[in-house]
Design a protein around this ligand. Sequence first.
Ligand code: MSP
Length: 522
Amino acid sequence: MNKRFYITTAIDYVNGQPHLGHAYEKIIADVIARSRRSLGQEVFFLTGLDEHGQKVQQAAQAEKKDPQIYCDALAADWQAFAKKLELTNDDFVRTTQLRHKEFVQAILSKLNDAGHFYKKTYSGFYSTKEETFLTEKDRNPDGTFDPSYGEVVELKEENYYFKLGAHQQWLIEFIEANPTFIQPNYRRNEVLGFLKSQTLEDLCISRPASRLNWGIPIPFDKDFVTYVWFDALVNYISIAAAHGDKTVLSTVGNSQLSTLNPQLSLWPADIHVIGKDILKFHAVFWPIMLKAMGLPLPKQILVHGWWQKDGAKISKSTGNVIDPIAVINEWGLDAFRFYVLRELDIGPDGNWTDAGFRSRYQAELANGLGNLVNRSLSMLKRYRNGVVPARSNELAADAAKAADETRALFKQSQLQSALQSIWGLVNRANKYVDETAPFKLAKDPAQAQRLDEVLYNLAESCRVLAVLLNPFLPGTSAKIYAQLGLTGTPDKLADAIWGGLQPGATIGEPAALFPRKDEPKK
Ligand code: MSP
């Protein structure tokens, strides 16, 4: 059985509606998943929801709802959101599902039996918002705790702890020996800096059920539930187990869990896509948990930055939000997918402005790609009745350059650079129209052969673009194929090779891909 390319997103807290940040992460993962399929790989793409813990319990309480009923209602909205983004996820995990809960309990028992946990009483300051005990290091110089921790209360309680001390050194060595394990590099350096300068404190992996009961019961002590982060991280393997992954199943002794058919080979994950705020959980705690379970580590943690809007934090309370659904309804899904990936490289923080969005829409989508396809196909229709002329190779080298670069960049998950390469071809082809002036050639019967050449080069460039753009703009790419009169789907990068359009074939109907928004509606 071939191991699939396994890509995951963070699972979102289901305590409100999805916003731009959630959409961005899911689109990154979807484009990587589609690009890998386009490269010919078998892919498994997992996304979903983190439903336990204090945040969700409090949100449910605020609406006077039972937490499961609250989660079920919101989960429907989040699943509809995944569809709206046209995510090609292969499964959607909810941490309240039995398949996940049973697996978490099996792992907890295994780690407990192997002596990784101990129980102790701890008293300290607890942030409900972050669901974590704070230490002296978290205090401001004036002794207060940062408002970002929300309400901080003094608590004394017994809990289970996971021994982390023995893991610090090998983890440093692993990260040093595997430069692409955490990307971009500055995030890797951040983790190494932290691990080298601070002693890891043991991780509290339980919460007393008397204080917080919305969690997975600890199988060996009914007075406790599992800490939400321990529960949540395990989704990456519980779902692999549910699909019959042998590597993962072997850690819990195969038998007690029910698995789906066909059985897939998924673990280790190839890429965990996450935001910068949850780096420590993924780059420190998760590898240690896996090592303790005897499982291989994921191949890469790919860390994106955070979006702001108009230079300020996105915040519901100040009303500084972008509703992705409203943007998609107004401008189309592909325009939204394009903007977030073209505007922001995976790593740094980004800033959404409505003006910036409009200007990229107008310049790059409407006047760039849209205009190229529309004028190329309209001219072919008008001057040659839509019949593809004999092959000509004038733009073949430009198309090959874009395809080669895109292929290499897909393998590196360099999505913004791939879009830049692809637009290299869009711009070259638009310039070619200006240079060759087919509308002038059409007026001179002596130039008929030259016009044929130009029309072939333009139509074939559009076809290559449809293939290269498919992971980013699946709807637009399918429209370009249909307008070219092609029947298959442009979802294999191997088809980006020059010469796919068959002379003598008839194209379909040209139509605007990105309607101009500045013109008054007729
Ligand atoms: N439930 C945890 C993740 C558990 S993963 C095992 C969580 N959920 S979250 O809903 O708060 O965040 C989900 C993802 O959205 C995170 O990767 C986070 O970085 C990302 N984003 C949340 N707001 C964001 C922006 N404003 N911009 C970009 N991404 C942001 O953390």
